[in-house]
Design a protein around this ligand. Structure first.
Ligand code: Q9C
Ligand code: ZN
Length: 341
């Protein structure tokens, strides 16, 4: 197995987030990757490789050009307004307001985001571009015949929609990879999102398409972030009707109940008969996660990996959430080891 990583994620550091009415150090921090690499290295689970550069065209296959332009210039815009502190949005559009990109920086930050979880510092855009390259290098490997690969993306991606950042996510790495696999010849692709939070970005991006099935197992949006998407009746639209599947679960869910949803998602994926599978691998379902409320334990991740392997599809794992830094390495390594056994 190849583990695709890059030190460029380190530029996205020293940032903050808006949580519980306060500006706090970001939960999504560089140590997450260090701990994962340590665990994967100790277990000799794979070969570490660096990504190849793919440019921004494959990113614009799933994101609006104006949004990519905003991300590329956001820090410059922020500092041009006379600030040198980490950048956060603090204004958002409500339903009924105009869909026009403002000229002023604060308006742009609000226009292209949906929460205060996406802080931008000088190295953010470089880290985000590196993340997309990791995902695309993973798509290259799977297209070339590898059975599996792991794109150790940071920051994560699954909350990023066509033109909005949110939930620590800027570019939707899993969506970039899924589209990349389509563009490399896969007729059908499936995305299985096992992060604690609903992958609203991935769902939105592929919502009207039948070629990319999106399955999400997550905390019920009535109780949990991102709150405004992730209900069972979201089944896709138009040509994509029937090609989106949501499995919301209550807070407190343990592996016994979680794995029932995994079985249902796996059955749906088998029916789709994808040529390749992208797994949005969040391990914030762990019982010790500081911002989440499922009860999965470390050995459960071995079973998750093994069940996904039984689908028998070429599989690209893309890193998403997981904030219990002490356990994140074990939980990710267990998932990949479970797949490989
Ligand atoms: N105090 C991912 O896992 N904020 N994003 C929650 C809880 C948003 C999580 C605040 C959580 C986003 C990729
Ligand atoms: Zn999450």
């Amino acid at each position: 197995m190849k583990i695709i990583h890059s030190p460029r994620h380190l530029g996205h550091a020293g940032h903050v987030e808006l949580t519980h009415g306060q500006i706090v150090p970001a939960f999504e921090k560089p140590e997450r990757v260090a701990m994962i690499m340590k665990a994967l290295g100790e277990r000799r689970l794979g070969l570490f490789v660096e990504p190849t550069a793919h440019g921004l065209d494959p990113v614009r296959r799933v994101h609006d050009a104006a949004y990519v332009r905003f991300l590329a210039t956001a820090w410059e815009l922020w500092t041009a307004s006379g600030r040198d502190n980490p950048a956060l949005p603090s204004f958002w559009r409500a339903p009924g307001m105009r869909d026009i990109e403002p000229d002023y920086v604060d308006g742009k930050f609000g226009f292209f985001s949906f929460d205060g979880g996406c802080c931008i510092v000088p190295g953010t855009w470089d880290a985000v571009q590196a993340g997309a390259d990791l995902a695309l290098t993973g798509a290259d490997l799977i297209s070339a015949g590898e059975r599996m690969a792991f794109a150790l993306c940071r920051p994560p991606g699954h909350h990023a929609q066509q033109a909005t950042m949110g939930g620590y996510c800027f570019v939707n790495n899993a969506a970039v990879a899924a589209q990349g696999l389509r563009d490399r010849g896969a007729a059908r692709v499936a995305v299985l999102d096992v992060d604690y939070h609903h992958g609203n970005g991935t769902q939105s991006i592929f919502y009207d398409r039948a070629d990319v099935l999106v399955c999400n197992i997550h905390s019920d949006p009535r109780q949990a972030y991102p709150y405004f998407l992730g209900y069972v009746d979201e089944i896709g639209a138009g040509a994509g009707e029937g090609f989106n599947a949501n499995y919301p679960l209550p807070k407190g869910t343990d592996y016994a109940a979680w794995s029932v949803a995994l079985e249902a998602a796996c059955a749906r994926i088998e029916a789709h008969a994808p040529d390749a599978l992208v797994v949005s691998l969040g391990v914030d379902t762990f019982k010790g996660d500081p911002i989440s409320a499922f009860q999965l334990d470390s050995p459960d991740y071995l079973r998750i990996g093994a069940r996904i392997a039984r689908l028998g599809k070429p599989t690209l794992f893309v890193m998403e959430g997981g904030y219990a830094v002490d356990a994140i390495g074990t939980n990710v390594a267990n998932t990949l080891e479970g797949f490989l056994q």
